[in-house]
Design a protein around this ligand. Structure first.
Ligand code: NDP
Length: 275
């Protein structure tokens, strides 16, 4: 079994991004909006700021109080949409319960939508006219490219149908001529699908969901899931399932590092489209 190292690929990509930003003298500004003080979000934001700043992006955190109203948040987003120094905007999830996250995320102008959650960008994948691809999805596609794992004609099972991972990922794989089965919590007999799949991608968030009986020998496994079990970070695949793979992403160190790298990839893409 070969490990797909997102950490290694990210390292190489960051060097490339830094060079591109310097050579082309790109002035890129990133604004991350956070409401409240969610502990997991603090860690994600720290990473986003660290890696973007390391490659020469002017990134800043706009930390608003938990009680910020929907209207105040909408006004903040509208102001950033108009701000010429800002290339991209991220609304950090989760937001407090009184906020309509989807509505706010979709207020971000498509040309500043780093996360790729706007209707225009999401539909562009469905329409096979890909514009900005959500970071986790783009990160997975880069891993397939880097490790030269073919997609055309392959049977791919995607587990999870969220708007930020499962669905856009299924669309992007269809665009690359894979035959895609999209499974979810109501899928009956998951194993019937996964057993015959050349590639199994789990974006569910349930430790131990994918067991060795469910996959064929030599399959490619992509584990998007993040679960905390006894203080340890694990994915959705059991260790034994992973051992049957020809290629497998570890957790941590697989898809996660790619997601943050793709923020930079998307920011460069947005900046270059500005011209
Ligand atoms: P959501 O909770 O939005 O979606 C989970 C999906 O899993 C749903 O579509 C749900 O089905 C499906 N599901 C639940 N139980 C089962 C089951 N038993 N069998 C098959 N499908 C099932 O999560 P996200 O898409 O936001 O994230 C998924 C996971 O990926 C999480 O662990 C998250 O932490 C992780 N993640 C990791 C990232 C990274 O960079 N590594 C980035 C983003 C997410 P239904 O629609 O029917 O409810």
């Amino acid at each position: 079994m070969k490990i797909i190292s997102g950490t290694q690929v990210r390292k190489e990509l960051l060097e490339k991004y830094k060079e591109t930003i310097q050579k082309k003298n790109l002035k890129i500004g990133l604004a991350i909006i956070q409401l409240g003080d969610n502990e997991a979000s603090n860690t994600y934001i720290r990473n986003k700021l660290k890696y973007t700043q390391e490659v020469g992006i002017d990134s800043q955190l706009i930390k608003l109080p938990e009680e910020t109203t929907q209207e105040e948040l909408e006004n903040q987003i509208k102001a950033l949409n108009k701000d010429k120094k800002i290339t991209g905007i991220i609304l950090q999830s989760p937001t407090p319960k009184h906020i309509d996250f989807t509505k706010c995320a979709r207020l971000i102008a498509p040309e500043k939508d780093v996360d790729g959650f706007s209707e225009e960008n999401l539909f562009s994948i469905r329409d096979n006219q890909e514009k900005i691809i959500p970071c986790t999805v783009k990160g997975i596609l880069k891993l397939f490219d880097y490790y030269k794992i073919p997609l055309e004609g392959k049977n791919v099972v995607v587990m999870g149908r969220s708007n930020i991972v499962g669905r856009p990922l299924a669309d992007a794989l269809i665009n690359r001529n894979a035959t895609v089965t999209l499974c979810h919590s109501k899928t009956e007999n998951l194993e019937k699908f996964t057993k015959h799949a050349d590639i199994v991608i789990s974006a569910v968030g349930k430790a131990g969901l994918v067991k060795k009986e469910m996959v064929k020998k030599g399959f490619v496994g992509i584990d998007v899931g993040i679960n905390m079990v006894n203080g340890k970070l694990v994915g959705d695949f059991t260790k034994e399932a992973g051992e049957k793979a020809s290629y497998m992403t570890p957790v941590p160190g697989g898809v996660g590092p790619m997601t943050v790298a793709m923020i930079i990839d998307n920011l460069i893409e947005l900046k270059e489209k500005e011209k």
